[in-house]
Design a protein around this ligand. Structure first.
Ligand code: ADQ
Length: 736
């Protein structure tokens, strides 16, 4: 089969549908590029990179030859990698799981959701099919940009095949609250599918926040300003509000043919100086069409003086007609329109002009141009581009946009009349306010919105997303630079090998052993004990384990290893098995009785959290608590204690899921300095994961090897991604 030009470093845009329209007339197949704003903006990226589209061509070929012809034409003439789907696949994956499960669920229509295993399996199968076809014609050097809810499993599939490739994912619909998302029986699979990406984009900050919250609750991954660390990868989550092609809209409006259409429409509907209200939607239950019609009916009965002085043009595009709920909606809408027209209309005046069809964009524009009011009231909408197109088309700054607060576009179009779609009164009030609004006010509101729409247009959107992917790519290569690669590991091992006196300082939790839900469960395993014993017994080594744990636990778990143990971040030291524990600093512990009740209150308020008492310190652990509640309360507690301990000899620290109070001046850095003074070492290695280990890294002499386990800002020279890899390093050291 002929393949699309193979050139490395291409941008591959994957979406359910290719931006082409295929028609067959008199036995002849014709392929036309679709003109949509998004496709145009994506094609515009061609100047920087070769852009290739991959997706279903929207057509089921009638024969093998026809498929061959379509395939080669799409590849050669349209830069497309088509993925052909069967009727059954379309039914189960597209009309099924995508549009009967994910679409209603993500739009909060839970009662419309079906959870059919066979449809989920078809969804998995089609995502796999996309994956298998795409990898035939792509390389790891390509960048992938996957679009929308139809292909949420694809990023992970691509990631397993191309570990180093750059992958972006953008969701065009809302991402619901985690309370809604968790209803999905296959929620974890969907979430992990998306997390294969490097960059995950949403229209609004709210959707990104909901997504991060689901990631945390379902999979336990924390995020730092939208960056999630998953093993050795970072996944960035951010909002990228999509725009429209404002310049193109303005250019089209200046064309003679458009001007002619505007005049024609004006003549037809604006006679008798009638005001025009316009709505443009796909016929979808998320668009709030029945709610709007009910409100319009109320308006006509409450304000009879406005009858015959306005018309409502309601344009609906046929959509997903094979889904049962959509067919019902069509009937409901049509009978409602008939009812309103019958009740209020007369031979001279019909309140609603209902058009059920798709129009080419050039024919839609004159409607935007003549409409005095755009009534955009979805019940829930990822963004809603109609609202933005209307604003872009108001080149004389006149007109009023009525917009529901549940459309993503509301975040950027605050100057619109914002309504609650569930409140009929709200819509009625907005309609009357819009009809009576002065020209000055219309222009003041519209001008501000229009400028924003021009500045943040569709090209801005595509560029910012691509820049986002580039930034992560840079971050990845920076990380690679600091990673303890094989080359650096070899250097470290050879320095260790030639070292005559070696100091090894290891943190315990999160470094030598992974975190457990309960601190008492993080006991050293047999393998770890064996490794530590081997290292400690080497004549040239001085091994020290420096932990925040209390000395009793350290003694119980590691007491038999002939090494130095440092407990409570340096408050206690046991130099070797022959010596006893010594306090490094004598401090009063009177403060404990005052701080303990505060910590106990938090223990009671945050289920799953608990207080740990150490000889010189106190700690409040919240690893087992609900992650979000734990985060909020820990910040609150930190602020409270900060004030309380301001003039004392105690110090407060916020570690990994713990708030700890310990004597000032006692830290791992001080402990390290004491150890360094015990002898002259020509090889020093420090391992740690937490920010308390940063004191340790800071105290090291030049040339020392310091390694942070996990990622984040650090003073360490190198990163290792997990305690598992840290363990591997210990193995390598023992072999020398
Ligand atoms: P949609 O649900 O399709 O898109 P919307 O954002 O309003 O919703 O986009 C509709 C597009 O279709 C507009 O560009 C509009 O011009 C066009 N259109 C509408 N009616 C038409 C008609 N009768 N004839 C021709 N064209 C018509 C999904 C999400 C949205 C999100 C977009 C983009 O549901 O929330 O804004 O993707 O991410």
């Amino acid at each position: 089969m002929p393949s699309a030009k193979r050139k490395s470093g291409r941008l591959i845009i994957v979406s359910n549908r290719l931006p082409v329209t295929i028609t067959k007339r008199k036995g002849k197949v014709a392929i036309q590029p679709s003109p949509g704003g998004l496709a145009t903006a994506l094609r515009a990226l061609q100047t920087e990179k070769e852009v290739v589209f991959s997706g279903w061509p929207g057509y089921i070929p009638e024969s093998r030859n026809e498929q061959k012809f379509i395939d080669s034409t799409l590849r050669e003439k349209h830069s497309c990698l088509p993925i052909f789907l069967t009727r059954r696949e379309i039914d189960k994956y597209y009309y099924g799981f995508a549009n009967r499960t994910l679409w209603p669920l993500f739009h909060y229509f839970t009662s419309y959701c079906t959870f059919e295993k066979s449809e989920w399996e078809a969804y998995q199968h089609v995502n796999q099919k996309f994956f298998k076809e795409i990898i035939q014609d792509s390389a790891e050097t390509d960048t992938f940009w996957v679009h929308d809810y139809h292909l949420m499993l694809l990023p992970h599939l691509l990631r397993t095949y191309f570990p180093q490739t750059d992958i972006g994912f953008f969701l065009h619909i809302p991402f619901p609250s985690s309370e809604i998302f968790r209803i999905l029986p296959w929620r974890n699979e969907v979430m992990e599918g998306v997390l294969g990406s490097d960059l995950i984009g949403f229209h609004t900050y709210e959707y990104a926040r909901h997504f991060l919250s689901s990631v945390l609750r379902l999979l336990g991954y924390e995020n730092e300003f939208g960056a999630i660390s998953i093993e050795d990868r970072i996944v960035m989550v951010d909002n990228f509000p999509m725009g429209v092609d404002a310049q193109n809209i303005m250019t089209l409006l200046r064309q003679e043919s458009t001007k002619k259409d505007i005049k024609k429409f004006q003549k037809a509907v604006k006679k008798k100086d009638r005001k025009v209200i316009l709505s443009v939607d796909r016929l979808d239950y998320s668009k709030g069409i029945p709610h709007r019609l009910k409100a319009f009916e109320s308006f006509l009965s409450q304000y009879p003086e406005w009858r015959e002085k306005l018309v409502y043009i309601m344009l609906c595009v046929p959509s997903r007609t094979r889904v049962k709920d959509y067919a019902f909606l069509k009937q409901e809408v049509e009978s409602f329109v008939g009812k309103i027209n019958g009740r209020f209309g007369n031979p001279d005046w019909m309140p609603i002009y209902y058009l059920y069809r798709s129009l080419p964009f050039e024919r839609l524009l004159p409607l935007y141009a003549i409409a005095d009011i755009a009534l955009v009231t979805p019940v829930r909408d990822g963004m809603n581009l109609v609202a933005k197109e209307y604003v872009a088309a108001r080149t004389d700054d006149s007109g009023v946009l009525i917009l529901s607060g549940t459309a993503g576009a509301e975040a950027e179009l605050g100057e619109a009349l914002v309504v609650n779609v569930y409140s009929r009164e709200d819509i009625v009030d907005a309609l009357i306010q819009a009809l009576e609004m002065s020209e000055e006010e219309q222009s003041r509101r519209m001008r501000t919105m229009r400028q924003r729409i021009i500045d943040y247009d569709i090209h801005h959107w595509t560029r910012s997303f691509i820049t986002g992917i580039e930034e992560i790519k840079n971050l990845k290569s920076q990380r690679e630079h600091w990673k303890l690669t094989d080359k650096w590991k070899k250097k470290l091992l050879s320095a260790y090998h030639s070292g005559k006196k070696r100091l090894l300082m290891f943190d315990y939790d999160g470094t030598l052993i992974s975190f457990a839900k309960k601190p008492e469960d993080a006991k050293p395993d047999v393998e770890l004990k064996k490794l530590l014993l081997l290292l400690a017994k080497k004549r040239k080594n001085h091994l020290a384990i420096i932990s925040g744990r209390d000395r009793l636990t350290m003694e119980q778990w590691l007491g038999d290893i002939p090494c130095t143990l440092v407990a409570e971040h340096g408050a206690w030291i046991r130099v070797d098995t022959r010596s006893s524990w010594k306090a490094q600093k004598t401090v009063s512990t009177e403060w404990k009785s005052q701080v303990m009740p505060i910590l106990k209150t938090y223990e009671a308020r945050v289920p799953g959290s608990f207080v740990e008492e150490k000889e010189f310190g106190l700690a409040w652990h919240y690893r087992k608590a609900s992650p979000e509640l734990g985060e909020i309360r820990s910040c609150e507690l930190f602020d409270n204690l900060n004030e309380f301990l301001a003039n004392t000899d105690m110090q407060l620290m916020h570690g990994n899921k713990v708030i700890e109070i310990r004597p000032r001046g006692v830290h791992k850095g001080q402990a390290a300095q004491n150890l360094l003074m015990m002898d002259t070492y020509d090889f020093v290695l420090a391992l740690g994961d937490d920010w308390t280990d940063e004191d340790l890294f800071r105290a090291l002499p030049e040339g020392a090897y310091s390694i942070k386990i996990g990622y984040g800002t650090t003073k360490a020279r190198f990163f290792l991604d997990s305690p598992k890899n840290c363990r591997r390093l210990l193995h390598d050291l023992t072999k020398i």
